[in-house]
Write a protein of this length. Structure first.
Length: 403
């Protein structure tokens, strides 16, 4: 047992410049430090990022409850999760904020690992052989992550299915990202090179044009490098949902839920998509389940639908609503709850995609969390320090496994 002997919590900022919290957990012979990311297209059923009074209010509560956190076994993620929930006293961390729950629980797992001299993922999966997930990254995007005139669909994603290892996989995604830029420039010589919050190119373009650009880039790089590259999208449909319809502003198109279903089916066929995230808004379990019934060999992923919440996933499982889940620890708050969620998903044949947030931090923990959650893919962008930190940590872990 490695007791928490001290902890610190301080205001911090994400890559988008939004306020968040950073925690430091100190144990005998080790310490951990973690900073919570924050979403922009956040689901309405997610835990609350920060309390109404901001970081200051959260810090005050935690400091006044110091003695309840000190003494907990840093590796006992359940005890820590229970204590934080108890201190908070609400269902969705309205008082201390999910940012605090994220930062303290992730820092604690890291402190435990540090004191034992093992990689953090080992605290999560023990001696089991780790599997390195392949990276899924967005090369082009719009929606809430980019400015006016960019596509309505939030993310056009690629994953290098055939790459032999993580280093090669990262290179493949980078090549597609670069190729996408040059194709955009061929079509629009005035393109400024603007990017969205996660480093994906954000050109003035309709969704249809964006599909063509990414498809062309994938074909080119895949032929050049000889690897199969999967094409996916995150429609983040809750962001399109207004008064009972899906509103595509850039295109000036409005779809009923039935039309949205037909549109998604058509996109999957036309562009050979292997991955579709949030094709419907966050309460429409029914349409999710209809789509999952209709199309085979495509991973249908719930992000805002499930918000890393066990009860919502249980409902989805009963309805066969999807076959993939996004796992974002800060959607639920504690690392313990997120791991319960991934276990439930895997036990029911769902694929897990461990994901960053659009406002992320320099931390690399997502690499360990993805391995701990037995993720199929890690969704963490392609360029930018806060994205590369996770990818580089996966390279280090992979290297360690070769030795
Ligand atoms: C998503 C995420 C990450 P955000 O919708 O999947 O790409 O975006 O963090 O803004 O919710
Ligand atoms: Mg999403």
């Amino acid at each position: 047992m490695v007791e928490i002997i001290d902890f610190k919590i301080r205001p911090a900022f994400t890559s988008r410049g939004d306020p968040t919290l950073e925690a430091e957990v100190i144990v005998r012979g080790g310490k951990g430090r973690a900073t919570s990311p924050m979403g922009a297209s956040a689901g309405k059923n997610e835990a609350v990022h920060l309390p109404k009074g901001g970081p200051k209010a959260s810090i005050e509560i935690l400091v006044s409850n110091r003695n309840r956190i000190i003494g907990i076994d840093a590796g006992d993620l359940k005890a820590l999760s229970d204590t934080l929930k108890d201190i908070d006293g609400t269902e969705k961390f309205e008082n201390i904020g999910a940012a605090a729950a994220y930062a303290i629980t992730v820092a604690s797992a890291e402190a435990e690992a540090d004191s034992r001299g093992v990689p953090m993922y080992e605290v999560l999966i023990g001696k089991e052989k780790p599997t390195i997930p392949y990276p899924l990254g967005n090369v082009l995007g719009g929606g809430k992550h980019a400015g006016k005139g960019s596509p309505d669909i939030q993310e056009f994603l690629v994953t290098p299915l055939g790459a032999p290892n993580i280093v090669e996989a990262i290179k493949v995604n980078l090549e597609v990202h670069k190729k996408v830029r040059s194709i955009i420039e061929e079509r629009d010589p005035t393109f400024t090179g603007g990017k969205g919050d996660e480093g994906a190119w954000a050109p003035k373009m309709t969704d249809e044009e964006a599909f063509e650009v990414v498809e062309k880039a994938i074909d080119h790089v895949s032929r050049e490098l000889g690897y199969k590259i999967g094409f996916g999208i995150d429609m983040a449909s809750s962001s399109l949902w207004e008064n009972g319809k899906y509103v595509y502003r850039r295109k000036g198109k409005i779809l009923t839920p039935e039309e949205q279903l037909a549109y998604v089916e058509d996109l999957v066929k036309r562009y050979n998509l292997i991955y579709v995230e949030d094709p419907f808004h966050e309460e429409d379990f029914e349409s999710f389940s209809e789509l999952t019934k209709k199309i085979k060999d495509v991973v249908i992923v719930g992000d805002d639908l499930f918000v890393t919440n066990v009860a919502r996933l249980e409902r989805g499982i009963k309805m066969n609503a999807a076959n993939g889940v996004i796992l974002k620890v800060n959607q639920v708050g504690t690392l313990y709850d997120a791991l319960l969620f991934s276990k439930l998903a895997i036990d029911n044949g769902y694929k897990v995609i461990a994901s960053h947030r659009s406002g992320d931090t320099w931390d690399h923990h997502l690499a360990h969390i993805a391995i701990g959650a037995k993720a199929w893919l890690i969704k963490t962008g392609i360029v930018g320090g806060e994205r590369m930190s996770k990818l580089m940590e996966l390279c280090r872990i992979w290297e360690g496994l070769q030795e």
